[in-house]
Design a protein around this ligand. Structure first.
Ligand SMILES: [Mg+2]
Length: 88
């Protein structure tokens, strides 16, 4: 099964509403791990796990909202803007 097939299957099995709630949940879990790290915890593995969860959910959101190409375009533009800003 391709990654895209897997995500489409998850979206159709659990539904767009449940998967959207999962985005909030996974982002909150990542936020919690980053907060712990900011307060001095050594939690690289937990941070990595939660980043993976968020990336998986964001991939599903791109499929759900049919905006993969648009996200790619924005990402290119924003990276270019950041690079220009950093070069001063
Ligand atoms: Mg998680």
């Amino acid at each position: 099964m391709s990654e895209k097939e897997l995500y489409r299957l998850a979206l159709s099995k659990y539904g767009p509403e449940a998967q959207t709630l999962m985005v909030f949940e996974e982002m909150a879990e990542l936020q919690k791990e980053l907060c712990k790290h900011a307060r001095g915890a050594t939690n690289q593995d937990h941070i990595a796990e939660e980043i993976a969860d968020v990336l998986i959910m964001l991939d599903q959101m791109m499929i759900l909202h049919e905006c993969e190409d648009l996200v790619f375009q924005y990402k290119q533009e924003k990276k270019k803007r950041l690079e220009n800003r950093l070069r001063g």
